[in-house]
Design a protein. Structure first.
Length: 91
């Protein structure tokens, strides 16, 4: 995908917010821990980085659920296959 730097930064910020929200509400992290986890999961990638933004191919909900529950979390927790309305409202 090709995007401007502003578009990339907006998307990066949105995914970081979503990831941190999930880690607070479902992962039991403090706000500071959740923010740190989001920065680790979604580091800034320079415009010339190969595969920049590849992490965006799945939304933050998915990556956070993988971190909390592991692979195939949706099988053990089908109610968590997609985010609740509160999560969806962050977008």
């Amino acid at each position: 995908m090709t995007w401007s730097e502003a578009e990339y930064l907006d998307y990066l910020g949105s995914e970081r917010r979503g990831y941190a929200w999930v880690m607070r509400h479902y992962g039991g992290l403090t706000p500071a821990q959740a923010e740190e986890a989001a920065l680790e999961r979604y580091p800034y990638e320079p415009a010339d980085a190969p595969f920049r933004g590849l992490v965006f191919h799945d939304e933050a909900w998915h990556w956070a659920m993988l971190a909390i529950h592991g692979d195939f979390y949706w099988q053990g927790h089908p109610e968590r296959e997609s985010g609740p309305p509160e999560y969806q409202a962050l977008k």
